[in-house]
Ligand binder design. Structure first.
Ligand code: HEC
Ligand code: HEC
Length: 319
């Protein structure tokens, strides 16, 4: 024992080094001791209430006296969400897609909740947010967020497309037209899209006199009921050329190929364009299909209901 340390009145443990360094017997502060006791108590309470201690046999554990499970907690949360959704869901059940669209609150709800439905059922072909997907032939499935539509962009057209599916058909022309006729009419189609369809060319004659007008119309603008492409704009489905500015263009080869082998024509080299129907296959409920129609419309490309006379000009445009 070194007297030097008696000054403080606190006894040392007897450990003194170098005469300068002593080991006092001071107690830790009270708050610290209380904290230690409280946390020890907390551990016991927590372990007892919640599932905690694993037992030796695989998968078994002390389940806690509170009966808490992660599943129960998730279901409670889900119940809350369902209660909020339920209000909207029960309202839209008996409404037409057009009525849902006209109801601001409901259409806003669908715009948010349709994302998962679209992601699960449509995005693989149409891309997230309907931007379309491409392969080397061009667009694999049409872009849905522009105002360019094959089958019409009004809410009821879109609803019908999703319900029943679509599969536009253009027959092959490899037997009905000679290669030079196909070549000429392909050139005419290119001229049409450049706004130069007026001059009387061999291609125009083929277009007018073979079967093209039956489906694409005498003006080449397409017919909505058939989903035949509008050939007078620059929006092509089978656009195989990527321009420097990121837009897509079409080659004469691509047009020739479509004319030669057709679309969904059964020819082994035909273009394939198949939109599955979601009702008959039982893939989606009526309510889900309605929601998707509104969701797709809300990408921004949906067309307003026009008066009957004006419909022809807004309808049946490619992609
Ligand atoms: C297997 C791929 C595939 C899936 C899945 C698919 N689509 Fe399509 N969709 C297509 C193709 C291909 C077309 C074009 C059909 C044609 O040209 O005749 C199309 C056409 C459409 C059109 C018409 C576009 C227009 O210009 O008129 C709409 C609307 C549409 N799809 C919405 C949907 C929605 C909504 C879903 C999900 C419920 C969906 N599609 C799922 C491939 C698909
Ligand atoms: C039976 C109806 C039908 C006939 C006849 C028809 N087409 Fe088509 N055509 C279609 C359909 C449907 C499409 C596919 C549109 C789509 O799915 O994008 C199409 C697509 C095309 C395309 C591709 C456009 C693109 O976006 O890449 C061209 C080009 C075309 N047709 C030209 C012609 C020409 C030229 C003729 C006459 C020799 C003709 N078609 C006859 C129905 C027809």
């Amino acid at each position: 024992m070194n007297e030097k340390y008696d000054v403080s009145g606190v006894p040392t443990t007897g450990h003194v080094w170098d005469d300068d360094l002593g080991d006092f017997t001071n107690q830790p502060p009270k708050w610290w001791i209380l904290g230690l006791a409280a946390s020890a108590l907390f551990v016991v309470v927590y372990w007892t209430y919640y599932p905690s201690i694993p037992f030796a046999s695989a998968g078994s554990f002390f389940k806690g006296i509170g009966g808490w499970t992660a599943i129960k907690e998730m279901e409670a949360d889900k119940g809350e969400v369902d209660a909020i959704r339920g209000k909207f869901e029960s309202r839209l059940k008996d409404m037409t897609p057009a009525a849902i669209l006209a109801d601001n609150e409901l259409s806003e709800y669908v715009k948010r909740s349709g994302k998962v439905l679209f992601g699960d059922n449509c995005a693989a072909c149409h891309g997230q947010n309907g931007v379309g997907t491409r392969d080397k032939e061009g667009l694999f499935a049409p872009i849905l967020n522009d105002d360019d539509w094959l089958y019409g962009g009004k809410i009821d057209n879109i609803h019908e497309t999703i319900t029943g599916g679509r599969q536009g058909i253009m027959m092959a022309h490899k037997d009905s037209l000679k290669p030079e006729q196909i070549d000429a009419v392909a050139k005419y189609v290119l001229a049409l899209s450049e706004g130069k369809g007026d001059s009387e060319t061999v291609g125009k004659k083929v277009f007018m006199e073979s079967d093209c007008t039956a489906c694409h119309g005498p003006d080449g603008k397409g017919i909505q009921a058939m989903g035949s492409a509008n050939l007078t704009d620059k929006v092509y489905r089978f656009a195989d050329i990527k321009n420097a500015d990121g837009t897509y263009g079409i080659s004469a080869d691509s047009i020739r190929r479509t004319i030669t082998y057709g679309v969904n024509s059964g020819d082994p080299q035909a273009r394939v364009a198949a939109m599955p129907g979601f009702k008959a296959a039982g893939k989606l409920s009526d309510a889900e299909i309605k929601k998707l129609a509104v969701y797709v419309y809300k990408f921004g490309g949906g067309l307003a209901d026009a008066p009957a006379a004006a419909q022809a000009s807004t309808a049946g445009v490619a992609r």
